[in-house]
Design a binder for this molecule. Structure first.
Ligand SMILES: NC(=O)c1ccc[n+]([C@@H]2O[C@H](COP(=O)([O-])OP(=O)(O)OC[C@H]3O[C@@H](n4cnc5c(N)ncnc54)[C@H](OP(=O)(O)O)[C@@H]3O)[C@@H](O)[C@H]2O)c1
Length: 319
């Protein structure tokens, strides 16, 4: 059946509050030779989505208005470009999209095939959309930059969110001893996914709780650079702090003979294929706090603005 000409999507028409987001009928995306068209099953919310929409990170993420938000997707391929060899029409897939292209808050999205992997079968296709950002960020932080190995000690600062919960599971799979910071309300969920030690960031200072040296710190907490830099002395010589939020002080790191990395997640269909395998082996699962429908995305952005969104939110499109 030929794809329709028009589709439903959420578009951001101007930077500012969430009232500038509209659920409307828009033209279907067209694909290039190296792209695929995905019929979206679900997408997911990330804290950066509402910062982009408010316009506070315009210099780093210069979107052309109006734009369709959302970088995470799961769905089914409905069309492939002439140059795409590794994917087929009808395959269930997932991907982290280019943040500057039109996103997955829509019935269909076009993306480069190299960002796409076949979805795991062990969990339902919509739920797979809660994984690309968290799993790729955690994989790249822990393994590409952090070189985490079995038996090592890792602190995950900000363990309870979309990225942290996948980082905890990946670090446990690697055989590490995993310590996490979270609020007490998140403790039962983090124990269920296998965390070894917990620090309540509302009650305790990380530097007062940790006695034995750490091999790796993965920081995704909202703590400022000064606080994050205070944790550097908890690392063994040659250890590494990887941050995806505030960077640690490179001068302090040099004095202590430890490494600091400030990273941004990169798309990788190849790494998503490893992640899909781990899901099918029962090693990894998304932790979904809430599900909302696509047409209610503006309301979710409003809640994110006022700080009442907790944990990973899945946005269902094709159910
Ligand atoms: N640079 C990159 O490539 C990249 C990629 C992905 C994400 N990020 C950033 O990384 C951060 C986390 O992303 P996410 O998707 O995991 O967010 P999220 O799902 O909103 O989770 C944030 C978590 O932070 C916890 N938290 C709040 N204050 C904390 C504190 N002082 N110390 C430790 N934990 C604290 C909360 O835990 P409780 O619920 O237990 O209070 C919450 O679950 C965001 O700022 C996001 O923008 C960056």
């Amino acid at each position: 059946m030929p794809a329709p000409e028009m589709m439903h999507a959420i578009r951001v028409h101007a930077y500012g509050n969430s009232e500038k987001m509209h659920y409307e009928n828009v033209l279907m995306p067209k694909i290039e030779a190296d792209e695929v068209l995905i019929k979206v099953s679900a997408t997911a919310f990330n804290p950066l989505d509402h910062l982009i929409r408010m316009g506070v990170v315009q210099e780093t993420f210069p979107h052309k208005l109006p734009y369709i938000p959302n970088v995470e997707v799961s769905g089914t391929i409905t069309e492939i470009g002439k140059g795409v060899k590794n994917l087929k029409v009808g395959e269930p897939v997932f991907a982290l999209l280019n943040i500057l292209s039109n996103g997955a808050a829509a019935e269909y999205v076009a993306t480069k095939a190299e960002y796409v992997a076949v979805a795991p079968k062990k969990i339902k296709l919509p739920e797979v959309a809660a994984m690309p950002v968290g799993a790729l960020t955690a994989w790249q932080a822990l393994f590409d930059h952090g070189q985490l190995e079995s038996g090592q000690r890792v602190l995950i600062a900000g363990a309870a969110g979309g990225v942290g919960t996948l980082a905890v599971q990946l670090a446990k799979w690697k055989g590490a001893h995993v310590i996490g910071t979270a609020s007490e309300a998140s403790f039962p969920m983090l124990k269920e996914i296998g965390i070894d030690e917990l620090i309540d960031y509302n009650q305790e200072m990380v530097e007062e709780r940790i006695e034995d040296k750490l091999d790796l710190i993965f920081n995704l907490s909202p703590e400022g650079s000064n606080e994050v830099s205070n944790w550097l002395h908890l690392l063994r010589e040659g250890g590494t702090l990887v941050s995806i939020t505030s960077p640690a002080d490179g001068k302090v790191a040099k004095e202590l003979n430890v490494n600091v990395v400030h990273m941004n997640v990169q798309q990788s269909g190849e790494q998503l294929a490893h992640i899909a395998k781990l899901v099918d082996e029962g090693v990894l699962k998304p932790v979904i706090a809430e599900k909302v429908k696509l047409k209610d995305l503006a309301e979710l952005h409003h809640r994110a603005e006022v700080g009442t969104v907790r944990g990973k939110v899945l946005i269902t499109v094709g159910e």
